[in-house]
Design a protein around this ligand. Structure first.
Ligand code: ATR
Length: 280
């Protein structure tokens, strides 16, 4: 193991090293908290990933974020917590002594963003979640952990919703995509985890007329910032939690683990990332 003498640094590991907002977020926190540290992007191909993270400290890092296509391997090559295991993917790595630990911060990103955007949202007993991919797993884990008693899970491909219901237990009820309309009146929280509404994808065309006036609508899509679903929720005067808020909140835990201070999601940080997302 290399002895680290310089400032602490973390990195984002991906392949290709996609354009990510994580450096912008972590550099903002380093700057505003006055911490001397770094956050690099590391392009690591699949065949080099195991060596890279098994010698992460030797490469000069106290921890890392992991993105596509490495999140499942990161889980297998580290000591995951319950969240990472339930989601089936790890996105944040850190050392506990010599041990390389991992978690999935999408769970708390989703939940903490709901807490910040729609306090009291968890008074709802029922939720309706759309989509059954990786993002949906993080959402299901968070909702159940916070005490939501029943989650209806609608997915275009029913079998994937069924598979998640089998994994998460009796509180999760798989339903046909066509049943969304009739489930809206009972849903205190509606969450879109599909890619519908994302730039270049068709909108998520749902008539929100059936939702109760105190229902909360969350969308994980953040490009565009205001998805057609969120625009429809706004038009109805419903409370909303957007994808950018989740992105910012999911970054908090990694920073805290690597640099020892818990940073805040401020309006200034949000404006900074918003400007980056909307620039040409
Ligand atoms: P992620 O890991 O980001 O959740 P994913 O695993 O590719 O990504 O999941 C994408 C989700 O968007 C899935 O629930 C997918 O539905 P299918 O399981 O039927 O593929 C959903 N999705 C994508 N395009 C869709 C569309 N046109 N209509 C409905 N659902 C769609």
């Amino acid at each position: 193991m290399t002895i680290q003498t310089g400032p602490r640094a973390a990195c984002l590991i991906g392949w290709p090293a996609a354009h990510s907002r994580s450096p912008l977020i972590h550099h903002y926190w380093l700057r505003t908290l006055g911490i001397e540290g770094g956050y690099n992007i590391e392009a690591v191909p699949p065949e080099g990933f195991a060596e890279f993270i098994l010698h992460l400290s030797g490469h000069g890092f106290v921890g890392a974020n992991v993105t596509r296509p490495h999140k499942e391997r990161a889980l297998a090559l580290s000591e995951p917590d319950a969240r990472a295991r339930a989601v089936g993917a790890a996105n944040t790595l850190w050392y506990d002594g010599e041990k390389l630990c991992s978690t999935n911060t999408d769970v708390e990103g989703f939940i903490n963003n709901l807490d910040a955007s729609a306090p009291g949202w968890d008074r709802a007993s029922d939720a309706l979640v759309l989509g059954a991919g990786g993002a949906s797993r993080a959402v299901l884990f968070g909702l159940l952990e916070r005490g939501i008693t029943r989650v209806h899970l609608a997915n275009r491909t029913f079998e994937r919703a069924q598979a998640l219901a089998d994994q998460f237990g009796a509180a999760v009820h798989p339903v046909a995509w066509g049943a969304i309309g009739e489930l809206l009146p009972g849903a205190g929280v509606l969450v879109n985890t599909t890619s519908l509404g994302m730039h270049g994808q068709p909108p998520l065309a749902i008539d929100l007329g059936g939702l109760a006036a105190d229902a909360v609508v969350a969308d994980l899509v953040y490009v565009p910032l205001k998805t057609p679903l969120l625009a429809a929720a706004e038009a109805r005067g419903l409370r909303r939690a957007d994808g950018l808020g989740m992105l910012l909140h999911q970054a908090v835990r990694g920073f805290e683990l690597w640099f020892g201070r818990r940073p805040e999601v401020t309006p200034e940080l949000r404006a900074l990332v918003e400007a980056d997302l909307t620039k040409g």
